[in-house]
Design a protein around this ligand. Structure first.
Ligand code: ADP
Ligand code: MG
Length: 313
């Protein structure tokens, strides 16, 4: 059953009180803590500046689709309010924040942890893909934890379905973090669900090593590497990684989208099913590498934003 959202043309202040507490900031939006006036529950409210996004389709249809989404590993949507300048997206509050922060706090992260995370992510993707929804912006920053300091790492995928709200052929390439872009996007072949599976492969590579499978100084160079899609197990980080983990990555990072694992196939892979890869900690430089990577990604977002603002003036 689809949840009944309030009419998007209504005033958000009638339903929610918005606080000044900022939860996070992405390329398109700022996210703040809000409070449901009826239930007193805390929520997360995302403010999307509409001048930053282009949209072709009518919002009403998309809101219906988003309202029908209900999965334990997908951030729950509660309402969408559409004003002239800002789109407000009200969601469940993920108290654990970004997965990345939790990993850095823990200082260690095992292959088993990576498997637990991937199992949840792929289950979310299988669900969304079955509904014909492509995430299109899958990356580490969009994986949020339900609870703080949760040993079980209960995870939800955020930022999904945004492709439904923001038509943006420029989404990946313009949003500042093109490291997860699939070759089929770059070659302009379109936006099938396969692009999420490529990104999932990049994510697993990152979760096991703190390194990116494809990185270069310029986007042009980066895109060349992605189009070729040669996988290199960077050393020393990958020296201790299991064969099953590498096998799954090599079935996701596949240039030909028709040969790439689907979410359903990935769910049956031993790395996901057995979760038995042991508690052996990953290479100690992992957390350092991950922090470097996050800093790089933040810098890219800032640079892209600046460039875009300059262009507008
Ligand atoms: P963008 O589209 O700009 O990337 P996101 O939806 O990814 O925006 O939100 C930006 C950041 O805000 C996230 O990386 C996260 O830190 C925080 N955030 C987003 N949604 C929630 C939520 N439901 N609960 C808690 N924090 C959130
Ligand atoms: Mg995001």
């Amino acid at each position: 059953m689809a949840k009944k959202f309030p009419d998007p043309k209504e005033d958000i202040n009638k339903y929610y009180k918005i606080t000044n507490k900022i939860l996070g900031q992405g390329y398109f939006a700022v996210v703040k803590v809000g409070k449901d006036l009826k239930t007193d529950e805390e929520v997360a409210v995302k403010f999307v500046k509409k001048s930053l996004v282009e949209r072709e389709e009518t919002l009403a249809n998309e809101i219906d689709i988003l309202g029908s989404i209900n999965h334990p590993n997908v951030v729950g949507l509660r309402a969408i309010f559409d004003t002239e300048e800002i789109l407000y997206i009200v969601m469940d509050l993920m108290k654990g924040g970004e997965l990345y922060e939790e990993i850095v706090k823990r200082k260690s992260f095992s292959e088993r942890d990576a498997s637990v995370i991937m199992a949840q992510l792929i289950s979310a993707l299988a669900y969304l893909h079955e509904k014909g929804i492509v995430h299109r912006d899958l990356k580490l920053e969009n994986l949020l934890l339900v609870k703080e300091g949760d040993p079980d790492l209960q995870l939800k995928l955020a930022d999904f379905g945004l492709s439904k709200l923001y038509s943006g052929k420029s989404l990946q390439t313009a949003c500042g973090t093109p490291f997860y872009v699939a070759p089929d996007i770059l070659s302009g072949e379109g936006y099938g669900t396969e692009v999420d599976m490529w990104a999932a492969g990049v994510l697993l590579y990152v979760l096991l090593s703190g390194r990116l499978p494809f990185a270069a100084d310029s986007d042009t160079e980066l895109f060349k590497l992605i189009m070729v899609g040669d996988l290199v197990w960077k050393s020393p980080q990958f020296d201790t990684v299991s064969a099953e983990a590498k096998d799954l990555i090599s079935k996701l990072i596949v240039v030909d989208p028709t040969q790439r694992f689907t979410a359903k196939e990935a769910l049956k892979h031993p790395f996901i099913v057995t979760k038995a890869s042991g508690s052996r900690g990953l290479n100690t430089s992992f957390v350092d590498k991950l922090q470097e990577l996050k800093a790089m990604s933040n810098l890219k977002v800032a640079q892209t934003k600046e460039a875009k603002e300059k262009k507008k003036q």
